[in-house]
Write a protein that binds this ligand. Structure first.
Ligand code: RB5
Length: 144
């Protein structure tokens, strides 16, 4: 499985540590994020990741910024993206089971790295439940 990953300056360390962890587990990683701690603008890396997920160039995405919110807001501007902001393992499971989130977003400044690993494993390990949840996600892009 190919995973695209992106981050701003607040998420460099967690991005690097998670890439190492996921690569060791056999995932292929494509890096869309910045590799320095110089201040930068999260939409500049969120949009390329979103486009890669929408085009099927990567199977799933993971994004970090300080709070996770800037990334989540930018990613969810794309019609084919369902980016879920997660700070607990339970939410990590539910964004796959109920929302079929194709991008996992985490707040690098607010959770320990151990939690990042647990959330990522939970999200990757769950299955979308379909049914009523498919009906609901089908309605997400239909803005009225
Ligand atoms: C950067 O200081 C911070 O604003 C950014 O990482 C993120 O939290 C924005 O939503």
């Amino acid at each position: 499985m190919k995973i695209g990953i992106c981050n701003d300056h607040a998420g460099v360390e967690y991005k690097n540590r998670l890439v190492e962890y996921l690569t060791a587990k056999g995932y292929e990683i494509v890096n869309f994020g910045t590799d320095t701690t110089d201040s930068m603008d999260y939409p500049d890396v969120a949009h390329p990741l979103a486009e890669a997920v929408e085009k099927g160039e990567v199977d799933l995405g993971i994004a970090f910024c300080g709070t996770g919110n800037g990334m989540q807001m930018s990613l969810n501007k794309h019609q084919g993206i369902r980016a879920g902001l997660c700070w607990s393992v339970e939410i990590g499971k539910l964004i796959k089971q109920h929302n079929n989130a194709n991008v996992l977003v985490m707040p690098a400044r607010f959770i320990p790295f151990e939690t990042v690993v647990e959330i990522t494993d939970a999200w990757l390990g769950e299955e979308f439940e379909g049914g009523r949840h498919q009906t609901r996600i089908n309605k997400i892009p239909n803005c009225r």
